[in-house]
Design a protein around this ligand. Sequence first.
Ligand code: IPE
Ligand code: IPE
Ligand code: MG
Length: 246
Amino acid sequence: MSYKDQIDLQKLPRHIAVIMDGNGRWAKGKGKLRVFGHHNGVLSVRDVVEAAGELGVEYLTLYTFSAENWNRPKLEVTAIMELLISTLNKEIAKLMNNNVRLNAIGDLSKLPGKCHRELLAAIEKTSVNTGLVLTLALSYSSRDEIVHAAQQLAAKVQSGELQPQDINEQLFEDNLYTGGMPNPELLIRTSGEYRISNYLLWQIAYAELYFTQKLWPDFRREDLFEAILDYQKRERRFGKTSEQVN
Ligand code: IPE
Ligand code: IPE
Ligand code: MG
């Protein structure tokens, strides 16, 4: 039986987050430039987005470019930004066909103008869709997101709109870039690195973590299904005992 057939559709994670890592090593292993890895990584994105939509996952959030990634060689950064623009243009029709709603989190103002504009246009165009919400984390830093939320709340306290004691976990969460989204139940990281790299620190407080050795350009729908199956075999206890949750 294929992995897909074994998945219990009643127990799907509503939100899956992915740290798409290993493009550079994948290219290097083939004697190519890092950028070749990024281009092939787009094929994995396409496959995984389609598969998540088919299954009925509600939210898929992909770590596409971190705030720290701006420190990479200029040539690589430029190539990634150009790849983002060309991919948006190429995939928009498919996103519309597949009823996917595009979204983005991060400090988008740091993106090059053309990139920022095309991204906002694609988000606007797909805003009528009602299927999978595909969120790209771009120029994203989780710590920065948390600081930003604190600033917004502080401004509301200063203006008298809010009292300090009104600030609770829910309100804080609502002020994150991900406000309104459920927290991810499953976080996948490829390429055999066992770290979070400043991704969704608040939101993954109780996520199940899944690490695979596969490099991102080799990751396909079957690998997503395998990760979901693994998730479904786990017991999520949220601090309680096994007896309590069964
Ligand atoms: C992930 O792959 C893509 C981005 C961070 C943009 P990497 O480019 O980090 O690939 P490795 O980790 O160097 O192999
Ligand atoms: C995390 O990968 C960022 C993205 C996948 C976009 P990195 O390759 O930048 O993370 P580190 O440097 O290995 O922690
Ligand atoms: Mg990496």
